[in-house]
Design a protein around this ligand. Structure first.
Ligand SMILES: NC(=O)c1ccc[n+]([C@@H]2O[C@H](COP(=O)([O-])OP(=O)(O)OC[C@H]3O[C@@H](n4cnc5c(N)ncnc54)[C@H](OP(=O)(O)O)[C@@H]3O)[C@@H](O)[C@H]2O)c1
Length: 320
């Protein structure tokens, strides 16, 4: 097969050995794979794959099952699937634990399905399974125009929350069309002030944060009493000082987690939750994959350049 390898912090399309399915794994013939910001970090040498994961980048894909490993009896060769990966999506074939397979949601093509597993599993496991976002609550999504953000906005709306997003203003109109109730240009406006204005001083019940250190103290300021902050990215740094008194006064919670590093059994539980709770929303058209552009898999480097520019809204998808 062919795969994208990382050499001297560059991506190169080259011949690679075919993966063999281990116990409990299947091999997928990849139709499409999506790009994630973590792939850029991996290329730069900052985010190595966890032990046992394929060396190639790529945290999600769609395609057709082409081989079953020992002990896999609930899938079949020829099945159309999408999958959450620990790596290896930027390749013509990838081996993945069977518990990380999802069916292609009703009404979606294989290409569209490739844009969902990583964002759906990350956002659902954070905002629903952990933060327990409820109807009527206020949900602040930082980086609303990201792959993660475009999914979170739609899920928040589908759950009945009031959704506030930070994003550069060029993305605001599309984010409102996706379900954002209020859009905040983080370059021009103080998001803490806007959150308090639109909630009559209550603050946000749940904050989904991808910025980290730079926003930590302000996220606490923006929080409602009993609010939950989940930090899933460190685009603004990983080290910050925090006034615990401010957090205590709000009886607030701060949580941080990475999906990729979790044990296979945890990922299988998350994937099952997404299949049961998110896929029906996708089938109903309440949550859609938002694809900014597609690129040939061999041109993954160009897709990563677009992601680095942040001019995209939603996902960038690689086609085999
Ligand atoms: N923990 C996990 O398991 C996990 C899983 C998946 C993703 N993530 C993290 O989630 C983040 C998004 O990933 P992605 O692949 O969806 O990335 P992406 O599509 O490349 O989006 C990055 C976004 O960051 C926004 N941004 C930059 N500076 C900002 C600021 N100061 N305030 C608000 N937004 C800002 C950009 O928005 P503008 O264009 O509006 O500036 C852009 O939309 C990354 O940090 C990634 O590492 C974590």
């Amino acid at each position: 097969m062919h795969a994208i390898v990382i050499e001297d912090k560059q991506l190169r399309w080259t011949e690679a050995p075919d993966p063999q399915p281990g116990p409990g794994e299947v091999v997928i013939d990849v139709t499409a794979a999506a790009v994630n910001r973590a792939d850029l970090l991996q290329r730069q040498g900052h985010y190595p794959p966890p032990p046992g994961a394929p060396a190639y980048p790529g945290l999600e894909c769609s395609g057709v099952v082409s081989a079953l490993g020992p002990g896999v009896d609930d899938h079949h060769v020829g099945e159309r699937v999408c999958a959450l990966l620990a790596g290896g999506g930027y390749a013509e074939r990838v081996a993945v634990p069977a518990g990380q397979l999802l069916p292609v949601p009703v009404g979606l093509s294989l290409v569209e399905a490739a844009a969902l597993p990583e964002v759906a599993c990350t956002v659902w496991s954070t905002v629903v399974a952990h933060d327990r976002l409820r109807a009527g609550e206020t949900f602040l999504v930082h980086g609303g125009g990201s792959g993660i953000g475009t999914f979170a906005v739609q899920l928040g709306r589908a759950l009945g929350a009031t959704v506030l997003v930070t994003a550069r203003s060029a993305k605001h109109e599309r984010l409102r069309a996706l379900g954002a109730d209020h859009t905040i240009d983080y370059r021009e406006q103080d998001f803490v002030q806007v959150v308090h204005e639109v909630t009559d001083g209550r603050g946000a019940d749940v904050v989904l944060d991808i910025i980290g250190a730079k926003y930590l103290a302000r996220n606490v300021e923006a929080l409602a009493t009993g609010g939950r902050i989940s930090v899933i990215g460190f685009q603004g740094g990983a080290r910050a000082e925090l006034d615990l008194g401010a957090l205590m006064a709000k009886r607030g919670t701060i949580w941080s987690a990475s999906l990729r590093a979790r044990p296979v059994a945890d990922k299988a539980r998350i994937v099952a939750g997404v299949r049961d709770q998110v896929w029906p929303l996708v089938a109903a058209g309440l949550v859609k994959p938002i694809i900014h552009a597609t690129f040939p898999l061999a041109e993954a480097a160009e897709a990563q350049r677009v992601m680095e520019s942040s001019d995209h809204l939603g996902k960038l998808v690689l086609l085999r």
